[in-house]
Design a protein around this ligand. Structure first.
Ligand code: KIV
Length: 288
């Protein structure tokens, strides 16, 4: 891995132009980041989905900038040769530009991310432009934007009618004009995602947005079915069933401790005779 060259935003745009798809996965800690890097992932997203899959919240709204900095720092320690993007959490980029830049600074300096992601369209373009002007790459995120779940009225597919499709197209073009280096399209109909991908020069990265985006992203815990209970999602493919393996492994450990078959002889450390004598005395040891 040491010789792996991380991607950068110039190469990503080139990959789009050459039709080379981008693979992106979320990660939230050192081992998940390290494993993703070892597996050859192009991009890692420290998503605020950590609120759902790691912290046990029912939405991403409670995730704070401190949570994001803490998790980003462990991910960047784990994947030192991969381009890492950190999510700006709920309501940290809707106030003043100064406040937004403070959050960005923490993710870059303390978290050591290479870029940040923000959810939203026209309403955040001025902030995107200011962050880009400060020298920080920004990944946009439109379609289903989980931080706005209370406005959208649930986790619904976006781009189902002509008006909504046009709104998404306008948002994508505005984000490109504001300087975003790419855009996540979440839960967008395949036709609309394809049209957007053709209409802009920066890469689109889809999740539940069909086959014609310039890249794909999945949540680590979805791809590996690493959750309990696991909620099926149509747009997810399970590549390994880690949740069941973990449960089975722990059950077996509990069984073996109860029946005293773990630890066995192969797991123990033995002391010299002299140690036994000092503990029990020579006579007692003989009697033992
Ligand atoms: O937070 C996240 O994991 C995301 C992905 C679903 C794109 O935003």
């Amino acid at each position: 891995m040491a010789d792996k060259q991380p991607l950068n935003i110039v190469k990503m745009k080139k990959m789009k132009a050459e039709g080379v798809p981008l693979s992106m996965l979320t990660a939230y800690d050192y081992p998940s980041a390290r494993l993703a890097e070892e597996a050859g992932i192009d991009l890692i997203l420290v998503g605020d989905s950590l609120g759902n899959v790691v912290l046990g919240y029912d939405t991403t709204l409670p995730v704070t900038i401190d949570d994001m900095v803490y998790h980003t720092r462990s991910v960047t320690r784990g994947a030192q040769h991969t381009f890492i993007i950190a999510d700006m959490p709920f309501m940290t980029y809707h106030g003043s530009i100064d406040e937004s830049l403070r959050g960005v600074r923490r993710l870059m300096q303390e978290g050591r991310a290479q870029a940040v992601k923000m959810e939203g369209g026209l309403g955040i373009c001025a902030t995107v432009a200011a962050v880009v002007a400060a020298g920080v790459p920004v990944l946009g995120h439109i379609g289903l934007t989980p931080q706005s779940v209370n406005m959208i009225g649930g986790y619904r597919i976006q781009g189902k009618d002509a008006k909504d499709a046009q709104r998404l197209m306008d948002e994508a073009k505005a984000l490109e004009a504001a300087g975003a280096f790419g855009i996540v399209l979440e839960l967008v109909t395949e036709e609309v995602a394809e049209a957007i991908s053709k209409a802009i020069s920066i890469p689109t990265i889809g999740i539940g947005a069909g086959r014609y985006c310039d890249g794909q992203v999945l949540v680590y815990h979805d791809l590996l079915r690493y959750a309990s209970p696991y909620r099926e999602k149509r747009f997810v493919k399970t590549y390994a069933d880690i949740g069941n393996q973990i449960r089975e492994g722990i059950s077996q450990y509990v069984r073996e401790v109860k029946e005293r078959s773990f630890p066995d002889e192969s797991h123990v450390f033995t002391a010299d005779e002299s140690v036994l004598e000092s503990l029990y005395g020579a006579a007692e040891k003989g009697a033992k």
